[in-house]
Write a protein that binds this ligand. Structure first.
Ligand code: NAD
Length: 394
């Protein structure tokens, strides 16, 4: 079938198998071109199929030589429908790992569920004995709670409405958007979905099963960003969930002696999760331009390799901020970059948006997430869309 991008709102409903393969290969090649990291040998990555989780899996495997188990929630191709990008990415990852003699297995299911936790523990026991790294990189819209009730996360403010500029990426025009406050119930639900409860449940189950190695490390990801996005992010419903994540990191380290939990505050990047947040895409397109001009721009893979190489597994205790968080947003938050964006923000409008914002760069990253617009891929060619993830066939 000839696969073309079909966008709906913030998502692309098709994915290109060859493009996704090339995307993963490019990330693998980047990591292999960097110095080896003396890091984990047996890693579990939850949310391993796209964005920061996929980049963490690649850094674990190809940067450290680790065996990896990845938990994903993706759809295979069916009839005229392509598989999800995460499905193709995972098929590509396993193929490339096998070529380098690296163990890689995947579980496709709901990471929040007891069944997937049990299946994972069984797999660790049988194949690896224990794990020395758990990466928690879920970005989920909803969670079915242990009592069977499904709750959703929202991207809203807390307390009062917030009005600011936003960009319509399709028409490339600037407008104002007002984000309404979340109800108390919505905030609680967002914490259930994107907070640290499930992360801690994973650690508790792995601990009880005796499959956490001595001196294991676990890391979950967060974002802070500049003041202009604070009402919608840091102080919004998602920010409340991230606060819960920090609290759970402290609890994990205290309650489970064999593991140290970290929060890594990562850079704002175009992923399926961030494209849906109002105001943020305009900020990201200004940020991309400013960071690219200074040669400081990084994608998920550069961020995650640097996290492993310079922070988590450098041999020394990772440097953290006063709240104990690793700051991979150090370059994004450089004062000169933030000052430039805040000055531009004040007078950005339709007339100047093209001069200041890297909208093309935004779209490039957006389409590349789904395997489109990758140099060297012939998109006029018929491709097989039904690609298997090898370990799911066993
Ligand atoms: P993403 O959407 O690219 O990846 C999310 C992953 O979670 C995917 O692999 C998806 O399949 C998986 N997933 C979702 N629901 C699942 C479920 N129920 N069971 C199993 N897997 C499931 O998102 P991302 O941007 O890489 O986000 C990962 C983490 O990084 C999040 O905690 C996010 O807040 C954080 N973060 C993102 C940014 C950013 O700008 N994108 C910045 C800093 C931190």
């Amino acid at each position: 079938m000839i696969v073309e991008p079909k966008t709906r709102g913030f998502i692309c409903t098709t994915a290109h198998p060859t493009g996704c393969f090339e995307n993963v290969k490019h990330q693998v090649e980047y990591v292999k071109s960097q110095p080896h990291v003396n890091g984990p040998k047996k890693a579990l990555i939850i949310g391993a199929s796209t964005g920061y989780g996929l980049a963490s899996r690649i850094s674990s495997a190809f940067g450290c030589g680790a065996a990896t188990i990845g938990i994903i929630f993706d759809k295979p191709a069916k009839g005229a429908r392509t598989a999800s990008a995460g499905w193709y990415n995972t098929a590509a990852f396993e193929k490339l790992a096998a070529a380098d003699g690296l163990y890689a297995k995947t579980i496709n299911g709901d990471a929040f569920s007891k069944e997937v936790k049990e299946q994972t523990i069984k797999m660790i026991r049988k194949d690896l004995g224990s794990i020395d790294l758990l990466v928690y990189s879920l970005a989920a819209p909803r969670r079915t709670m242990p009592d069977g009730v499904t709750v959703s996360s929202v991207l809203k403010t807390v307390g009062k409405p917030f009005t600011n500029k936003t960009i319509d990426l399709k028409t490339r025009t600037i407008s104002e958007v007002t984000v309404e406050p979340a109800t108390e119930q919505e905030v609680r639900d967002t914490i259930h979905v994107m907070g640290g409860e499930d992360w801690k449940d994973w650690i508790a189950d792995l601990h009880d099963a005796g499959v956490l190695a001595e001196n294991a490390v676990t890391v979950a990801y967060s974002y802070i960003g500049p003041e202009l996005t604070h009402p919608i992010y840091l102080d919004g419903s998602i920010g409340m969930a991230k606060r819960d994540l920090y609290e759970k990191a402290v609890e994990i380290t205290k309650e489970f002696p064999e593991v140290t939990a970290y929060i890594s505050v990562n850079k704002a990047l175009v992923t399926q999760a961030s494209a849906a947040i109002p105001v943020v895409p305009l900020y990201i397109s200004l940020l991309y331009k400013s960071m690219k001009e200074r040669g400081l721009h990084e994608g998920c893979i550069e961020q995650m390799y640097r996290l492993y190489h310079e922070k988590l597994f450098s041999g020394a205790k990772p440097a953290t901020d006063d709240m104990g968080r690793i700051r991979m947003d150090d370059w994004e938050m450089k004062p000169e970059i933030q000052k430039e964006i805040s000055d531009l923000w004040a007078h950005i409008d339709d007339n100047v948006v093209h001069d200041y914002a890297d909208i093309d760069g935004y779209w490039d990253d957006f389409f590349r997430m789904f395997g489109f617009q990758i140099p060297g891929v012939d998109y006029t060619k018929d491709v097989e869309t039904e690609i298997a993830i090898p370990s799911l066939e066993e």
